[in-house]
Design a protein around this ligand. Structure first.
Ligand code: SAM
Length: 182
């Protein structure tokens, strides 16, 4: 989030066709819940396009990049790496330490999520392997809970810049207005 050390999300192992929707949702969740950037491994150009389109319409700042070498992104990351995995330490046990490293010590965070099996070198490269429960579920759910814990809910109040449209919260029904009419 603006004014805070960077948080980027790296999506590993995208399989074109099969993973399109999940990769898009990783990007959308990263954007909506306070990350600054998503880096999508493999040929995820469709997902990149969808997330960019949403950013154009509903605001940013948020960047989406593709990489052919997620391993190089991990190797060259100048900050801390949090790998989300059902096998990791419990998020509630390590969140203070991660937050301190990010908010107080000023380290950028790369949050890494997988799709199919994640190779062991990612576990070794991570500063923290973090489980959101030690139950199998989803990269989208794991990422959402992790970001909310990292930002302690501040991401829910963030302001969006350069939006074309804004959703007006309503108890019932749908209301979307041009951003300059808000
Ligand atoms: C469908 S899972 C596949 C995991 C795979 N079995 C493995 O060995 O890594 C896809 C991704 O969801 C995320 N994930 C699934 N369960 C999780 C949990 N309990 N906590 C955190 N992340 C989780 C991880 O990032 C994982 O790579």
């Amino acid at each position: 989030m603006q004014g805070e050390p960077e948080v980027a999300v790296l999506r590993l192992g995208h399989r074109p066709g099969r993973d399109e929707r999940m990769t898009t949702h990783v990007g959308l969740t990263a954007r909506a819940l306070g990350a600054d950037r998503a880096i999508l491994g493999g040929d995820a150009s469709k997902s990149q396009g969808t997330v960019e389109d949403i950013t154009d319409r509903f605001g940013g700042p948020f960047e989406v990049e593709l990489t052919e070498s997620p391993k190089a992104v991990i190797r060259n990351w100048d900050g801390r790496i949090v790998h989300l995995t059902m096998y990791g330490e419990r998020v509630q046990d390590v969140e203070d330490e991660i937050r301190e490293s990010h908010a107080e010590a000023g380290n950028p965070i790369l949050a890494v999520v997988g799709s199919q099996k994640v190779s062991f070198d990612v576990y070794e490269a991570a500063d923290w392997n973090v489980g959101v429960t030690n139950q199998p579920h989803s990269e989208v759910a794991g990422l959402a809970v992790f970001l909310d814990r990292l930002f302690e809910g501040r991401e829910l109040d963030r302001e969006w810049e350069d939006a074309d449209q804004t959703v007006v919260p309503k108890a019932t029904g749908k209301k979307v207005v041009p951003a300059d009419e808000e």
